[in-house]
Write a protein that binds this ligand. Sequence first.
Ligand SMILES: *Cc1c(COP(=O)(O)O)cnc(C)c1O
Length: 426
Amino acid sequence: MTVAPHFSHRNDTLHAEQVPLTQLAQEFGTPLYVYSRQALRDAWENYRTATEGRNALVCFGMKANSNLSVLREFMELGAGFDIVSGGELARVLAIGGDAGKVVFSGVGKQEWELRAALEAGVKCFNVESEAELEELARVAADMGKVAPVSLRVNPDVDAHTHPYISTGLKENKFGIDINTALSVYARAAALDSLKVVGVDCHIGSQITEVDPYLDALDKLCHLIHALQDSGIRLHHLDLGGGIGIRYTDETPLLPVDLVSRVFETLERNKLGHLQLVLEPGRSLVGNAGVLLTSVVYLKHAEAKNFAIVDAAMNDLIRPTLYDAWHDVEAVQPADPDTPPQSYDIVGPICESGDWLARNRTLALRQGDLLAIMSAGAYAFTMASQYNTRPRPAEIMVDGDSYRVVRPRESLQSLFAPELEALQGRT
Ligand SMILES: *Cc1c(COP(=O)(O)O)cnc(C)c1O
């Protein structure tokens, strides 16, 4: 019973592929992020088959998990990348990624980031405001380049997801109001240092229904026709990411269902010539990872039982930030003499918001090993060093072998630059 098929119980012990998680905990300590290479490949395969024979490009929304080994895996499988910062661009370039398959999203691109992306030659800038459009035009002109642009429009559709991960409503900071997009496109087309190549939207995250996408697509089709009438022809249509995964009992939307409905709609609207770009993040990595943690103490207070574990909100902020659910699985069978009780799984951080799961019925003892499931997306990438906690190691399992894809941070490394500053050496 697991949300992630590559993490399953064999001989009573939870494994990542063929490797017992007990072995990894013993060798590398906890907390520990463990990824399954096969899970990455399977998730990619869903998109590959969905887009097979179509004019489509799948750009991994890499803020979900930007470990270089994860990026390299997707690059080798043929992915492009959706980046949201100059830092993410640097990661793509560090693995020898093709900038021609990179789309650059984000509301606050700074000059140095625009320059780096122009220098690298990204496929497209997904421009989110008129001010950004003017700045991009200025920077590109200054560099003697022509910037490929797409406007990220806000289609004002409700993705039926958590308010913090909903991005396609009028009141969100993202994108350009679809009703003013025509005039902004006209402005873009008039600027010599810009080349209009596409249109883009990204309506939210953890979306489990196809309808919000189709609502957005309808609006985009209208816009594209209006653009054609005014002489602006696009090359691609980017529907963003946002496809949900199974955290507990959700029935996720399948890429093949989304893609086939999208192409049907495009063809019906005589827009079958457009390249489809997708930017999935979570759905490529979310269930390819777990966060392993050990029970440090059990605490039975009057109102609640607490299992205090060695992972915390700094390692996985989704529960407290989004009120998100992550399944929690015992790695080994419960001791028959330990009765199951309802626990809040909490970390050692000095914040009441430091919880990972609430009201979970588990038979726990001190020292037990737990797996926080679905921790492949927005886990390590959102991790911090709050409370001077080194970020955990990341391990990639591949069949019966495994390797460290990022070592655990040392305590010393957390404050070495401060120590140098203190000693007046810099
Ligand atoms: C975060 C983000 C994505 C990826 O979203 P998922 O929900 O992880 O698929 C794609 N595009 C943009 C612009 C984003 O900000």
